[in-house]
Design a binder for this molecule. Structure first.
Ligand SMILES: Cc1cc2nc3c(=O)[nH]c(=O)nc-3n(C[C@H](O)[C@H](O)[C@H](O)COP(=O)(O)OP(=O)(O)OC[C@H]3O[C@@H](n4cnc5c(N)ncnc54)[C@H](O)[C@@H]3O)c2cc1C
Length: 381
């Protein structure tokens, strides 16, 4: 693998701390959390104490105010170890940045310190049973009445849904105005009328809590509007490149780890009197995967550099998400094949990663939607 130049020595020291923390505090318990359908809530506050939550957040609210490379390292280490139940990426890279970037001073003071300490777990609720890719079809409404919005509707597939204390809800404040009538609201989980559905049973990422959410005449204080009314779609478009970069970085880190597990396995495993690493098919498969992985790594690192410079555009982030997640799934499938029957056994990390990775092509915008974004940019007059 060619050397990476996107991380400084400080970044790498931080990586070491994150890796050791995960080895001690998460890896030994992850199988149990998969059975429980969620991680231990205490992991969040332990992470907060270590400075692993929202590292980019301003110092004024208790954050480290460091660059996105620190988030990237946390995402990579979680993905490398296959600890997919840990929802810090959704919290630190996706949800909390909305508060940092569009929140009022009052909202920042009220919520950010607790998001950083892990006392508050966040979620973002865009998807509904009837609207996923087509977010303009969102039917949840938030109608202004005096000093509050009356929130009605339901959401589904919401990551951190069970643990969430604070949810950023995408709702129509002006249902007649389409995208221009969409706003973001900060909804506290103990608000009367807000109910969490059951923890959804998934084919992978089993330790990640994912839920339906229901809003029945929830009174959301007008002060909990995030940013300006009707700007929700614009905010979403501005924040999505970072979400897609996180997914891409995780995809490559996990693919790299999976290739490593497979190299070890093919050296050990014998068939027809020799290690399966000795078959030309094995060698060629691994060589192809490694070559593609190298190219993907260079491209995603370049995207990370662009993001440091605030120059990562929507189409480039879409390319990164599309290419890396398709590749991650392809690599994992080839690696399961090289593991034979053991590759299908849950106790093997390769089997878990294979199941966990499938959703990478679906969430954060499906890979078909990534193609739409890229082609729209290509065909722009
Ligand atoms: C584990 C998990 C966690 C998730 N976490 C969250 C979360 O935290 N918050 C949240 O809001 N959502 C979350 N989601 C939802 C996720 O973002 C959506 O599932 C995704 O955007 C797709 O929407 P959909 O499921 O409604 O599929 P649909 O939009 O119904 O798509 C079905 C198929 O049609 C294709 N399709 C749709 N439109 C087009 C088009 N114009 N051209 C070509 N093909 C098209 C899609 O690509 C897909 O293949 C999560 C989902 C999962 C599974």
């Amino acid at each position: 693998m060619i050397p990476r130049t996107v991380f400084s020595e400080e970044h790498e020291q931080f990586r070491d701390t994150v890796r050791k923390f995960l080895e001690k505090e998460a890896a030994p318990f992850h199988s149990q959390w998969e059975k429980d359908g969620q991680v231990d809530r205490a992991l969040w506050t332990k992470a907060g104490e270590m400075g692993f939550l929202c590292p980019q957040a301003p110092e004024a609210y208790g954050g480290l105010e460091v660059d996105f490379g620190y988030n990237a390292i946390i995402d990579e280490e979680i993905a490398r170890a296959g600890l997919t139940g840990i929802g810090w990426g959704l919290h630190s890279d996706i949800a909390v940045p909305y508060i940092v970037n569009y929140g009022s001073e009052e909202q920042k003071q009220k919520y950010l310190p607790k998001c950083i300490s892990g006392e508050i777990v966040t979620a973002i609720a865009m998807t509904e049973p009837g609207a996923g890719s087509d977010l303009q079809g969102v039917r949840t409404t938030a109608i202004k009445k005096d000093d509050h919005y009356l929130l009605n509707g339901s959401k589904t597939f919401i990551t951190n849904g069970q643990h969430a204390d604070l949810v950023i809800v995408v709702a129509k404040t002006n249902p007649e105005a389409g995208a221009a009538g969409t706003s973001l609201l900060l909804v506290e989980a103990d608000s009367p009328g807000f109910k969490k559905g059951t923890n959804l049973e998934k084919i992978g990422m089993k330790a990640q809590d994912t839920s339906e959410l229901f809003f029945d005449d929830v009174k959301v204080p007008a002060d909990n509007l995030l940013g300006a009314e009707g700007q929700g779609f614009i905010y979403l478009m501005q924040e999505l490149p970072q979400e897609r970069l996180s997914v891409a970085l995780g995809a490559i880190a996990n693919a790299e780890a999976a290739l490593g597990w497979t190299l070890n396995y093919v050296r050990e495993r014998k068939a027809f009197g020799r290690a399966i690493a000795g078959f030309q098919n094995t060698q060629f498969k691994l060589a192809e995967l490694d070559a593609e992985l190298t190219a993907m790594r260079v491209f995603t690192d370049r995207c990370l550099e662009l993001h440091y410079e605030r120059k990562l555009d929507v189409a480039t982030a879409a390319k990164a998400k599309l290419l890396t997640t398709d590749f991650q799934c392809k690599l994992l499938d080839e690696c399961v094949q090289l593991h034979g029957g053991f590759g299908y056994m849950w106790e093997y990390p390769i089997a878990r990663s294979w199941a966990d990775a499938r959703v990478q092509r679906i969430y954060a915008g499906t890979n078909e939607i990534m193609k739409l974004i890229i082609s729209r940019e290509l065909l722009k007059e």
